[in-house]
Design a protein around this ligand. Structure first.
Ligand SMILES: NC(=O)c1ccc[n+]([C@@H]2O[C@H](COP(=O)([O-])OP(=O)(O)OC[C@H]3O[C@@H](n4cnc5c(N)ncnc54)[C@H](OP(=O)(O)O)[C@@H]3O)[C@@H](O)[C@H]2O)c1
Length: 299
């Protein structure tokens, strides 16, 4: 895949999910390159904090545009604003997502559907608004933060697994549909466990919130994987040393995988914190919980 833009120069970038976790860490890393940023998430308050951090880290500009990615008009308005302000867009990083824990029978239908919608229709809305801009320019790079869970399945995470498989399918289609424009790249970054607030911000009907399974990466490390993808476009980039092994186990020995995944998840990816059922931030922003890091030790 070709390099669509000059990664050395300041780039015009829109980031969704920019007020927390990986999106926020990516904003700060890109700020260090002097980028001009448009930061998108639902809540204004934590976007303003992220913008202040980005400006301190060296961003030439950091504009805040609150928008829900499942609202196509709001996404279009944010993209239109970015193009009007910057005269174009070189890079879009799409990291907005929510999480819900619990068995399919236990998670309310609306919570399940919103979790899937955020990934699948959110990605469709972002791509629908951004790709025409890239086509007009003959260049641009869309990086979607997907997940190891776009490759494998895990119990109690049905909505998120469905979300990430659907999102990855759409990303692969977009890669095929933009082959006619060599200046455009579409990439997926697939992290394993990352120390971000998504685990305790999300919904749960599992009696506990989740936690990132080890080895837990820092959001900055995943952000650097996003930047390396921008510098050298690839279809799918892993950010997790065991991702290929875990994916191979899921595909090659599904019986063994299914035997182990439940007990391992309970031991390593569930916080066991006696959490009552909650919708968490699935339907609306919870600014108090947004931050770059979560609460775990990371590498
Ligand atoms: N953390 C991990 O272990 C991990 C592992 C693999 C993949 N990932 C992926 O990495 C990406 C970032 O996750 P994270 O862990 O950094 O989560 P996070 O810290 O919870 O950040 C999620 C961001 O998305 C925003 N958001 C949520 N729903 C939105 C919506 N409908 N419209 C616009 N913005 C929305 C949130 O802000 P508001 O709530 O204010 O909107 C927040 O800025 C996601 O795609 C996630 O699936 C994470």
């Amino acid at each position: 895949m070709p390099t669509p833009t000059d990664p050395a120069g300041p780039q015009r970038v829109l980031i969704t999910g920019a007020s927390s976790g990986i999106g926020r860490a990516t904003a700060i890393e890109l700020a260090g390159r002097g980028s001009r940023l448009v930061l998108v998430a639902r809540g204004r308050e934590s976007l303003e904090e992220a913008a202040a951090e980005a400006l301190s880290a060296g961003a030439e500009e950091a504009l805040v545009r609150p928008a829900d990615v499942i609202d196509p008009d709001a996404v279009q308005a944010a993209v239109d604003d970015a193009v009007a302000e910057f005269g174009g867009l070189d890079v879009v990083v799409h990291a907005a997502q929510v999480m819900a824990y619990g068995r399919l029978e236990d998670v309310p239908r609306e919570v399940f559907e919103r979790t899937v919608d955020t990934a699948v229709h959110g990605t469709a809305n972002v791509a629908r608004s951004v790709l025409p801009v890239f086509r007009k320019q003959g260049a641009g790079h869309l990086v979607v933060v997907n997940s190891l869970l776009g490759n494998i399945a895990a119990p109690l995470m049905g909505s998120y697994v469905t979300a990430k498989w659907g999102q990855l399918g759409l990303i692969r289609v977009l890669q095929q549909e933009t082959r006619d424009e060599p200046g455009i790249s579409v990439s997926a970054v697939q992290p394993g466990g990352v120390d971000t607030p998504i685990y305790f911000q999300g919904a749960t009907w599992a009696g506990s919130t989740g936690r990132p399974p080890p080895p837990v990466y820092s959001p900055q490390r995943v952000a650097r994987a996003v930047l390396s993808t921008l510098d050298r476009p690839r279809r799918i980039v892993q950010s997790g040393i065991f991702n290929p092994l875990i994916t191979a186990g899921f595909r090659l020995v599904p019986g063994v995988f299914d035997l182990l995944v439940g007990p391992l998840l309970q031991r390593m990816a569930i916080a066991n914190d006696d959490s009552p059922p909650t919708e968490g931030n699935v339907f609306e922003s919870r600014p108090a919980g947004n931050a770059t890091e979560g609460r775990w030790r990371s590498i």
